[in-house]
Each structure stands twice: as C-alpha cells, then as structure tokens.
Design a protein around this ligand. Structure first.
Ligand code: DGY
Length: 427
C-alpha cells in the first residue's frame, strides 16, 4: 500500500479516537456507534492490536442487561447531535439508544483470534460472554417465534437509514399529534440533498417515541411497535457473525454455546428464504406484518455470499444482477439498484456506495469463487478513497464524496484492503 495513503488513513482514525472509543466522524456523529466501532477495531487491527481490542471492550461497556448492544453510546451530551440521550431516555448508564445495529463485532473478534496469538485469545475469552449474550438477544428477542428471521424495529437498526427498503414500512408509521417539535442537527453539517427527508425524520422519531413511551420494552416493541421488517443486511451480517462466534466458541472449548449457535444458524439459514424475492432475483427487505416486499437489489442483498446463504440458483441470479448493476456504474456497489426509479446517486442509502458494504460483499464473493467481481469492488473502493478522500459515502456514477469527509470506517476499510491483519500480530 502506498505509505502516504496508509499514513493518511491512520491519521483519520487517530483524529477520531476519543481515548478507547472512536467517533465515526467529528461533529456529525460525535458518539460511539456500534457497527462503526466494530469496523474501527478492524482498522486498528492493521497497526495496533491492543487498541483494536480496546475499541470492542469499550463498546461492550454499553451493553444492556438483556444482552442488547445499542446502536449508539452517549458518553456526554453533545448539542451537535440530534436525537441525543434526552430524547431516547433509556435510563441506562452509560446512556444509549434503545435499539441495536448490524452485529459485526463477533466477526472482528474472530478475525483477530484467527490471525493472532495467546494475547488475542485471552482478550476474546473475556469478551465472549458479552458477544454471546448479544447474539442470543438477536435470536430470542428479535425472533420470539423462532422463524429464523431477526426483525428490525427501526430503519436506523439496519444502518442503512433511508434506503427505499424501508419506504413501505415507514408508510405505515403514523406520526402522533403529540410528537415533540424538533430541530435536526445533521443538516447543519451536511447538505440536505445528501440526507434523509423531513417526512422520514418525522417517522424515525415517531418510532423512537413509541419505544420511549413503552419504557423500551422490546417485547412490546416487537409485537405492537410501528415498524417490523426483515432486513437482508442485518440477517446476513448476523448469520456470518454467528458462524464466526461459533468458531470462537469452538476455539475456547465452549461446547454448549457452540451447539446453541449451530441451532440458531440452521434456523436462520432457513428463515432467510422468506426474504427471497423471485421477481427481483435477490434477497429483499420484507415487512413482517404485511408481507410486503421491497423490490430492488441492494448492497445488502449482495451479502448473501458473505453469509453463505442461498441455493446455487439464487446465487446465479444474484451474480447476474450484480454484473448488470456494476455495468451501470463507475463505482460499485450502489446501495440501491440504478435501474430502479427510486435511485438517487447522492442521497445517503438510496444510491451511494459505502466502503464497509463493499468490503463485506467482496469478502463473500471471493469466498464463493466470484473473484472477478470481488476484485472489481475492492479496486473501486480503493480508487474512491485514493482519488476522492475518506468520505462517508460516494456517488456511484461520478465518485463524488459526501457526508463526513474524514470518516473512521472508510479509513479502516482502506487499511484493511491493503494490509493483512496478521501483520500487527505480536512477534
Ligand atoms: C443518524 O443520526 O443519521 C444515524 O445514522 C442514526 O443512527
């Protein structure tokens, strides 16, 4: 890797380091975010293993007693961000949001163990019960009927906030008359054409209000909440992370947990079929109350390879869709199908490219032998950062960078694409 780019990437990560945890980017996201932190740990692993583990350990300080790892840990009240701790009112210490995010942490921990030594195994051992409790929460609380599908209860839990995947589910969310007036802070940092709309924000906050009003009782939220959707992103990331956690359980000699994980994985692989949309030729988001399908291939659909879920006929259709989509863009992989009329190349998750999705998709494609497409995605990701900068997301047609300009996970992925994690292993 060009040492200038490497040094720049490391500088971005260090500038966003708040001492034990890393913010996604200053101002726009001034707290610790769950999957951002997991990817930050992954990036740190390329040059500072101790700091990588620290990131995960500090993240788990925010874990709830029921096992949930929240999407954001609010370590101080920062007026730069809305909605902060006073809106969520979870009553936890530290204050957090009341819902989760794609569970990448176990995959990062396993990779550190796989490429590491005794010291890594010891750190993983201490983290194991937290990781396991987090997965159990997803499998039990988000799938109480054992269908094999872990639901999300808010678009923010997908990490793909304003993707058209959620348009159908959000249409069913009623904005209550007593929704408190609010002032968005994101638009003071980023142009409104690159962010979710006001109509979407009203609904995001209505769902938060429901959770707050029921005291963040997740049983109530699952059964009676305004939004309940199956997300191929969370589903496939959870399955992959459960497989990685099972490998870790095996290494640590935790047979009971290993067996429980195997049972969950088997159920989740079967349950994923509910998300297969034959008319699209991909796994799509699906409203769990109405059965309504989203109707386009997204970057999350492409994570089927990463989870190793799907029949060979399904993989063939996904590969064909992947090729068609990549032919349409300069930089893959767009977060929404460019041939679909809701495609917006600059608006957050309605078209732009995100490095972390590319990283996971490419890993999965390479593992399934789709090496050419994997190489294309890795090279597109590198080109985007090297030519444009460490932006939060990028226009798939032009490469223009948007959102935060010095983004932790974009730097982390750039490091991972050219540095083997095992190089940071202690001699
Ligand atoms: C935001 O504020 O945009 C976050 O993505 C919510 O988690």
């Amino acid at each position: 890797m060009d040492s200038t780019i490497r040094n720049k990437a490391i500088r971005v990560m260090k500038a966003n380091d708040r001492g034990g945890f890393t913010v996604p980017t200053a101002n726009l996201y001034p707290y610790q975010w769950n999957w951002d932190s997991a990817f930050a740990a992954f990036g740190f692993a390329t040059f500072d293993r101790d700091r990588a583990w620290r990131e995960l350990e500090v993240l788990f300080e925010g874990q709830w007693a029921n096992g949930m790892l929240p999407s954001i840990i609010f370590r101080q009240n920062d007026p730069d961000y809305f909605p902060g701790p006073t809106v969520w009112q979870t009553g936890t210490e530290p204050p957090t949001t009341g819902h989760s995010q794609p569970p990448v942490a176990a995959s990062v921990a396993w990779r550190l163990v796989e490429t590491g030594g005794e010291a890594d195994l010891a750190r993983a051992q201490s983290l194991f019960s937290g990781l396991y409790a987090y997965h159990r929460w997803f499998h039990d609380v988000r799938d109480p009927d054992g269908t094999g599908l872990a639901a999300i209860t808010h678009p923010w839990e997908s990490g793909r906030d304003n993707c058209p995947d959620w348009d159908g589910g959000l249409n069913g969310v009623r904005v209550p008359d007593d929704l408190e007036p609010y002032e968005r802070r994101d638009l003071t940092h980023v142009d409104s054409s690159q962010r979710p709309t006001k109509a979407q924000y009203d609904r995001y906050l209505s769902i938060v209000k429901f959770g707050r009003d029921c005291g963040w009782n997740h049983e109530v939220i699952y059964h009676d909440g305004p939004f309940l959707v199956g997300d191929p992103g969370v589903q496939f990331i959870l399955i992959r992370a459960s497989k990685d956690l099972r490998a870790l359980a095996n290494r640590l000699g935790r047979a009971t947990e290993e067996n429980a994980l195997s049972a969950w994985i088997e159920r989740a692989e079967d349950g994923s079929q509910y998300l297969w949309n034959e008319s699209v030729g991909g796994f799509c988001a699906r409203d769990l109350r109405t059965g309504h399908f989203s109707d386009a291939v997204t970057s999350a659909s492409m994570l089927a390879f990463y989870a190793d879920v799907g029949t060979s006929a399904q993989f063939d259709r996904l590969v064909a869709n992947g090729k068609r989509i990549l032919d349409r863009v300069e930089f893959g992989f767009p977060s929404w199908d460019p041939d679909h009329d809701r495609f917006e190349p600059q608006r957050y998750w309605r078209g732009p490219v995100w490095s972390v999705m590319n990283y996971m998709i490419a890993e999965g494609l390479a593992e399934q032998g789709e090496t050419e497409m994997a190489a294309r995605l890795r090279s597109d990701t590198q080109r985007l950062t090297d030519e444009t900068g460490f932006f939060e997301y990028f226009n798939p047609l032009t490469g223009e960078g948007y959102g935060g300009g010095t983004f932790t996970w974009t730097a982390a992925i750039r490091l991972l694409l050219s540095t083997d994690v095992s190089t940071s292993r202690a001699a």
